[in-house]
Design a protein around this ligand. Structure first.
Ligand code: NAD
Length: 425
């Protein structure tokens, strides 16, 4: 299993994103030139910049911001802080953002950004200086009507607050709509922090209900990743009565076949170092590889890319996979899982709750008119279920797996918009 995990590190997420695109676009009757246009990133910014550390030293960092496509509107996408960030990962994530926004019918294109760093080894003051400098370096690329960042792995509402403040200081007036996923006291939206996890559970619940599983307590759920997406998915699933039997993070996994008390786990991580699961006492320990192959009904990968590959796909025992993470399953694994009758709710649908409530936050910020959490959650459900219905309709019309159906639906929407707009000049 260790060898498999290592091999997965060498799978290039951009190659995965392109392979998925090539598979889906084959079903579409679009001009070849439009297909070529949608396949490539529109523009890319690479930056290197110095940050003063707490001990006075200066360390150089590398960052990226990629705009994949802006046919449907300003580009939107998170910022990731991780040691494994590279240009191809950012390209893949930007491309998936284009399809995700199109699929849930948001007036956005796709973007992504990242800084190569380990946020868990930096102090708050170092993180603030790094974030402000990175924000300043990419200020060429971001604007409230051009490109709007949000949190992703290793970043959070505080990161967005620093970016908003840095941008606002530069332009000379407060600009809340420059980022989403902000703290509520500076223009964030109710319901945004938990929106991605909530969307994962809305999609899971919908798939189970359609398959006739009406008693949540009989459904055993395993969740990989206990950050923003995984922890809220676990919390909301637990609240709805699902039996969450396993969770994990970078420190390892925790398992209880009778179900974990997620409120107890959250109380533990609220005070643990970096809010991690390490040392959680009221469960058996398992590895991340074991979690993926666990005897369960639903598997929700909510951590990082390339977790389910051709090496371990055949070991998956869940009948439903709900992709909270972006790109957790490779195309080769897709084929194996499809052959084994495992249903996959793909990332661009399952984790679209985050960007959907980000869109609500942006709209609220531009109008300076804020909604209550009930309204946010009602609108979120409406948007996701509509997209879910559209994917199922495409799936039935063309007889493909759900990922391909979702990509076909999204690519068609962007392709037709490109055709309507025409090619400049
Ligand atoms: P996060 O940084 O809050 O949490 C990431 C989690 O993954 C942590 O629990 C971390 O310990 C765990 N992890 C890291 N490396 C791991 C490994 N090797 N094995 C197992 N666990 C590991 O990030 P997040 O915001 O929850 O994002 C998780 C995924 O969801 C990413 O793929 C991200 O792109 C995607 N996503 C996030 C959002 C959002 O709103 N935050 C929206 C859509 C998609």
């Amino acid at each position: 299993m260790a060898l498999q995990a290592q091999a997965a590190e060498h799978i290039n997420p951009y190659h995965v994103a392109l392979a998925q695109y090539d598979r889906a676009v084959n079903y579409l009757d679009l001009p070849q030139g439009i297909k070529d246009f949608l396949r490539l990133p529109k523009r890319e910014l690479h930056v290197t910049f110095p940050v003063r550390m707490d001990n006075g030293d200066i360390t150089m960092y590398t960052g990226y911001r990629v705009h994949h496509n802006t046919v449907l509107g300003p580009s939107k996408g998170g910022i990731r802080y991780a040691t494994r960030v590279d240009i191809d990962e950012v390209r893949a994530l930007a491309m998936w953002m284009t399809w995700k926004c199109a699929l849930v019918n948001l007036p956005y294109g796709g973007a992504k950004g990242g800084v190569v760093c380990d946020p868990y080894t930096l102090s708050q003051a170092e993180l603030e200086r790094l974030t402000r400098r990175y924000a300043s370096e990419i200020s060429l690329f971001i604007s409230p009507h051009g490109d709007i960042p949000a949190p992703d792995m290793g970043t959070n509402a505080q990161t967005m607050a620093w970016i908003m403040d840095t941008y606002s200081m530069t332009v000379g007036y407060s600009t809340p709509a420059i980022v989403t996923g902000k703290p509520i006291n500076i223009g964030g939206s109710e319901g945004r922090t938990e929106a991605t996890g909530r969307g994962v559970v809305i999609c899971m619940d919908e798939a189970l209900r359609r398959a006739g599983h009406n008693d949540p307590s009989q459904v055993r759920v395993a969740i990989q990743g206990f950050g923003n997406v995984g922890s809220y998915a676990a919390k909301i699933a637990h609240e709805l009565g699902y039996t969450v039997i396993a969770i994990s993070d970078v420190t390892g996994g925790y398992h209880n076949d009778k179900g974990l008390d997620i409120n107890d786990v959250l109380a533990y991580t609220a005070t643990s170092p970096h809010n991690q699961l390490q040392g959680y006492p009221r469960a058996d320990t398992i590895t991340n590889a074991e979690l993926l192959a666990l005897d369960c009904d639903v598997l929700a990968p909510c951590a990082l890319e390339n977790q389910i590959t051709e090496d371990n796909a055949a070991d998956v025992k869940a009948f439903l996979i709900v992709e909270g993470a972006n790109g957790p399953t490779t195309p080769e694994a897709d084929d194996i899982l499809f052959g084994n009758g495992v249903e996959i709710i793909p990332d661009i649908l399952a984790n679209a709750g985050g960007v959907t409530v980000s869109y609500f936050e942006w709209v609220q910020g531009l109008q300076s008119f804020f909604w209550d959490v009930e309204e946010v959650n009602r609108q979120l459900r409406r948007v996701l279920i509509k997209a879910y219905d559209e994917v199922v309709r495409t799936q039935q019309q063309i007889n493909v797996d759900m990922r391909t159906a979702a990509q076909i639906t999204a690519i068609r929407r962007v392709g037709e918009a490109a055709h309507t707009r025409g090619i400049y000049p």
